[in-house]
Design a protein around this ligand. Structure first.
Ligand code: PLP
Length: 379
C-alpha cells in the first residue's frame, strides 16, 4: 500500500544527509570528543562542524549553542535556570496560553513549587495575538517571558519578534525565551533580531534524528545546568555528547539552509491546494488561518471523533494526527483558545507537511476524508 505521511509536526523522516552523517559517526568517527587522541579529535571536529552550521542558522556565536537531548530539555533548562537565577524577587512570568506542554508544565511546576505567578495571554476573538497585550502584562515584577513562534497544533504564528523587542525596550531586565521548535528552518529564527535570551529547537522536526535538541543561550546570560557531571558543553550540559545525533542535526540544517524560502513556497502551494479541495467537502471547517504556518493545517470534521477519523485514514495508509503528538490524543485546550467549540475540538485532525509531500498525498487525503465522512456516518 502506498503510504502518505502527513504528520511532520510530530516528527520528520531523517534526510539522507543526516543519515549519512550519523552512520559516519557511528562507524568511523566513533571516538569520544573528550578523548585526547586522534579518534577523539575526529569526533570533536564533527561536533564543532555541526555547531557552526546550527549557529549560522540562528545567526549566533558557536559558544551560544548548547546541545541537549531534545527541545523539552532545552525549555526546561531555560525556564528553570532563569527562575533560579533571576527569580528571587521578581515573581511574574508572562507567556501565551497556547504553549507546548514542555513550557506549560515547566511553568506550572515553577508556580506550584517556587511561588511564581504565571500570566497567560490569550488571542483575541479572531484567534490573533496582539503584541501589545504581552507588553501590557509585563511590569517591574516580571522575571521572564516565554513565547512560542509557531503553534504546533494549528500553525498560528505568534508575534514573538515584536513582543520581545517591545519588552526589552521597556523592561530590559526581563529575560526572553522562545520555543522555536515548529518555526526553525521554516521561518527566520535570528537570535539577535528576535531579541531572545534563550531559544529552544529540536532536531527531529527538521529531518534529523530524535533525541537531539539545542538551547541557544545569549552571551552573558546566567544559566545553570540541569544535568551535572563532566565538562561537556562548557560544563552546562554534562554527559558524553551524542556525536552521531549532533552530526545528523548539523547535516540536516545544512541541507535545509540552502533553500528555506523555496521549500516554504512549495509547502505553501500544497497548503493552498489542500484548502481549495477541503472547501469542496461538506461541512469541513479549517481552523488554521490563512496566515498560519503553511506546514501545519488543523481541520474540523464535524460529528466524527478525531481518533475514529485518524484510524480510518491510517487504514488507507494516510498518517495524520489528532492534535499535539505529546498529548497522545488528550485535549490540550489549544483549539478552543483559537476558536473551536469543545465539540469541534473532539473532531480535529492535524495535517502537517514536509517538502517531501506531493499533490498525490493531498489527493489521497481528501478522497479518504470524503469517503470517511460517508462510511463513518453511515455505520
Ligand atoms: N515545542 C513545540 C512547539 C513542539 O512542537 C515540540 C514537539 O512536539 C516540543 C517543544 C518538544 O520537542 P522535543 O520532542 O524535541 O522535546
Amino acid at each position: 500500500m502506498t503510504t502518505h505521511y502527513l504528520d511532520n509536526a510530530a516528527t520528520t523522516k531523517s534526510c539522507n544527509a543526516a543519515v549519512k552523517a550519523m552512520l559516519r559517526c557511528l562507524s568511523e568517527h566513533y571516538g569520544n570528543p573528550s578523548s585526547l587522541h586522534r579518534e577523539g579529535l575526529e569526533a570533536q571536529k564533527e561536533l564543532d562542524y555541526a555547531k557552526a552550521i546550527i549557529a549560522s542558522a540562528l545567526n549566533c556565536d558557536t559558544r551560544e549553542i548548547i546541545f541537549t537531548s531534545c527541545a523539552t530539555e532545552s525549555t526546561n533548562m531555560a525556564l528553570k535556570s532563569t527562575a533560579a537565577a533571576y527569580g528571587k524577587r521578581r515573581k511574574k512570568i508572562v507567556t501565551s496560553a497556547v504553549e507546548h506542554a514542555s513550557v506549560k508544565k515547566t511553568l506550572a511546576f515553577l508556580s506550584e513549587n517556587d511561588g511564581f505567578e504565571i500570566v497567560e495571554i490569550k488571542p483575541d476573538e479572531t484567534g490573533k495575538y496582539k503584541a501589545i497585550n504581552f507588553l501590557n502584562a509585563c511590569d517591574d515584577n516580571t522575571v521572564m517571558i516565554s513565547m512560542m513562534m509557531v503553534n504546533n497544533e494549528t500553525g498560528h504564528v505568534l508575534p514573538v519578534k515584536e513582543v520581545f523587542n517591545m519588552v526589552k525596550r521597556k523592561f530590559p531586565h526581563i529575560i526572553t525565551h522562545c520555543d522555536a521548535v515548529q518555526a526553525f528552518m521554516k521561518y527566520s529564527v535570528n537570535a539577535g533580531s528576535l531579541c531572545a535570551d534563550f531559544i529552544s529547537i529540536s532536531g527531529h522536526k527538521v529531518h534529523a534524528a530524535k533525541g537531539i535538541g539545542v538551547l541557544y543561550v545569549k552571551k552573558g546570560s546566567k544559566i545553570r545546568p540541569l544535568i551535572l557531571g563532566g565538562k561537556q558543553e562548557m560544563g552546562l550540559r554534562a554527559g558524553t555528547e551524542s556525536v552521531p545525533l549532533i552530526a545528523g542535526f548539523g547535516a540536516a540544517v545544512e541541507v535545509l539552509s540552502a533553500d528555506i524560502d523555496k521549500r516554504f513556497e512549495y509547502v505553501k502551494s500544497l497548503n493552498i491546494l489542500l484548502r481549495e479541495k477541503l472547501e469542496q467537502l461538506e461541512s469541513v471547517r479549517i481552523l488554521s488561518p490563512i496566515d498560519a504556518s503553511p506546514y501545519i493545517i488543523s481541520i474540523i470534521i464535524p460529528k466524527i471523533r478525531s481518533e475514529i477519523m485518524l484510524h480510518y485514514l491510517e487504514a488507507k495508509g494516510i498518517y495524520v494526527s489528532s492534535g499535539s503528538a505529546c498529548s497522545k490524543g488528550a485535549g490540550s485546550g489549544v483549539p478552543e483558545i483559537f476558536g473551536a467549540t469543545s465539540e469541534e475540538a473532539d473532531s480535529i485532525i492535524r495535517i502537517s507537511f514536509s517538502c517531501e509531500n506531493t499533490m498525490d498525498d493531498i489527493n489521497a487525503l481528501v478522497d479518504a476524508i470524503a469517503s470517511g465522512q460517508r462510511d463513518i456516518m453511515h455505520r
